[in-house]
Ligand binder design. Structure first.
Ligand code: B12
Length: 217
């Protein structure tokens, strides 16, 4: 099977929200030698993007979007340990406090970012979803993190990323942290406008930015 058809099959099973077929496609892809991160970034993510676009065009509704998300989470339970295998042996390179901002329950992208960061040797404190701006800062101070990574997928929730920076400034600790932002509704322009240290379009970008931040010291 060509790589293109492997990725197409992964995307199609996400769109169909069929968890058993997705898991089968994942297992087959691994057997063909595709890496877990390529399965996620090149197969499953484009499928999920298409789900969002169909939702916007009213071609599907919330139940279908939820089925796609459930299929994703089902497959990730199987894929995540494989993704992490590469990172467990490494010396820890830094600490990241990660979460999806307040008012936002989208967890999929955030969880991938966390898995990829762990794979690259970071210790990740994942606060989950619907996380208050102050909670990011409190946790970062508690664990002496290097990086705060905030995910936001909705235009109504991205202001919370700005709020994290405001909380850091109010506590006089802004310069201690590299603040990374990402998620569907964000972009470089937004990151620049709120004074974030970096924007990542993908989990791969998040990892590259995080590695760059800790290498600067
Ligand atoms: C799945 C999904 C859901 C699932 C979420 C399940 C879950 N456990 O996460 C469910 C069904 C629950 C859901 C609910 C809702 N959703 Co929704 N959802 C989606 C959908 C289809 C996919 C999101 C996703 O997982 N993408 C796949 C991942 C891999 O991509 P990603 O999150 O962008 O993450 C990648 C990058 O962005 C980056 N990244 C992510 N985070 C970070 C962080 C950092 C620091 C960095 C550097 C990088 C980074 O790396 C990731 C991997 O490469 C999107 C459509 C879309 N195109 O995004 C809509 C979408 C985000 N949802 C939307 C809406 C409106 C809703 C609801 C309000 C619907 C409703 N009427 O109830 C609710 C909101 C509930 C809430 N309060 O949060 C809208 C938001 C519109 C907007 N722009 O404001 C979207 C865009 C759909 C649409 N086109 O209208 N949703």
């Amino acid at each position: 099977m060509s790589d293109e058809s492997i990725y197409e099959r992964l995307g199609a099973t996400i769109i169909a929200g069929d968890k058993d077929k997705l898991l089968q496609a994942v297992e087959d892809a691994l057997r063909e030698g595709v890496t877990p991160s390529d399965i996620i970034e090149k197969g499953m993510s484009p499928g999920m993007k298409e789900v969002g676009e169909r939702f916007t065009r009213y071609e599907i509704y919330l139940p279908e979007m939820m089925m796609a998300a459930e299929a994703w989470e089902y497959a990730m339970k199987f894929l995540e340990p494989k993704l992490l295998e590469a990172g467990t042996e490494r010396k820890k390179v830094g600490r990241v406090v990660l979460g999806t901002v307040k008012g936002d329950v989208h967890s999929i992208g955030k969880t991938i970012v966390g898995a990829m960061l762990k794979m690259s040797g970071f210790e990740v404190f994942d606060l989950g979803v619907d996380v208050a701006a102050s909670a990011f800062v409190t946790k970062a101070e508690e664990v002496e993190a290097n990086i705060i990574a905030a995910s936001a997928l909705m235009s109504t929730t991205i202001p919370q990323q700005k709020s994290i920076i405001e909380h850091l400034e109010a506590r006089g600790v802004r310069s201690k942290y590299c603040v990374l932002v990402g998620g569907g509704s964000t972009n470089q322009e937004w990151a620049d406008s709120i004074g974030a240290d970096g924007y990542g379009r993908t989990a791969g970008d998040a990892t590259a930015l995080a590695l760059k931040a800790v290498s600067k010291g």
